[in-house]
Write a protein that binds this ligand. Structure first.
Ligand code: MG
Ligand code: MG
Length: 264
């Protein structure tokens, strides 16, 4: 069942997303070679608590951390640990905040200095696909229009679109209906209507679309061990417009490696 949000609820979600965006930025300051992923998690956890929120992922179905940190061939749901980042790594940081009863959820993949041109392109194009998806997330369209826009764009480069994990509605629950796949057909799926708030989150692999889950029950890795990129925003749909309610702005101010050519 889709929960349609009132204007007040959208405002509450935006307040949650502001804390989230700034928590991401605190983490971004420390993403560099030599950083331990467990320490990055601590930064986010403390920031969120200090600002009156709760890290949505912590204890979610038993997940142990505030952040999912997914390095290189890990697609999503990596558990922060003793791993030390090194030059050439790409690092997906996914975070959620619950604030005054409402969740927010966003993700960003950081290339460290030394990332190859080929992998930087994977990140650029995954980022671009997120915005192509967002452009289709408007009242009167269907979820399949969002899905198709993402899939159609990235597959031209030979990339694999992960099937097992999808975007989702967000509100009082972290994961609500509808599901928002990154693959699909135009004109299919749930109708997009005023009051819908959902996360769009392309997970795009350099090689095969196939993934495997590690024995820890969380970590999702590409089957061919090639890198994977992940960017996530939440949108709120109004009758005449759609707003991106999460922000990567603070991240991009804080992260020292200016990797993205800013066409958006
Ligand atoms: Mg999500
Ligand atoms: Mg997320």
């Amino acid at each position: 069942m889709i929960h349609y949000k009132s204007a007040q609820e959208v405002e509450a979600i935006k307040a949650s997303a502001q804390i989230l965006g700034k928590a991401h930025a605190e983490v971004a300051k420390s993403i560099k070679p030599g950083a331990k992923t467990k320490d990055l998690d601590k930064i986010a956890d403390e920031y969120i608590h200090d600002h009156g929120g709760w890290p949505s992922f912590k204890n979610y179905h038993g997940f142990p951390s505030a952040l999912c940190i997914s390095v290189n061939d890990v697609v999503v749901h990596g558990i922060p640990n003793e791993y030390v980042l090194k030059e050439g790594d790409i690092v997906s940081v996914d975070c959620g905040v619950k604030y005054k009863g409402y969740h927010s959820d966003s993700a960003y993949t950081y290339p460290l200095e030394g990332t190859s041109e080929e992998v930087l392109k994977l990140l650029q194009r995954t980022y671009e696909s997120l915005y192509l998806g967002i452009a289709q997330a408007k009242s009167g369209n269907r979820i399949g229009d969002v899905s198709y826009a993402i899939q159609h764009f990235v597959e031209q480069f030979g990339y694999g679109v992960v099937r097992e994990l999808v975007g989702h509605g967000v509100g009082k629950e972290l994961h609500e209906d509808p599901e928002v796949p990154n693959y699909g057909k135009r004109g299919k799926g749930p109708l997009i209507k005023e009051g819908m708030v959902f996360a769009i989150e392309p997970m795009i692999n350099m090689g095969t679309k196939n993934v495997v889950q590690e024995k820890d029950g969380w970590t999702i890795r590409t089957n061919d061990r090639k890198p994977s990129a992940h960017f996530e925003h939440m949108v709120a749909v109004f009758k005449d417009r759609t707003e991106i309610v999460t922000t990567h702005e603070y991240i991009e101010e804080s992260y020292q490696f200016k990797w993205r050519n800013k066409s958006r």
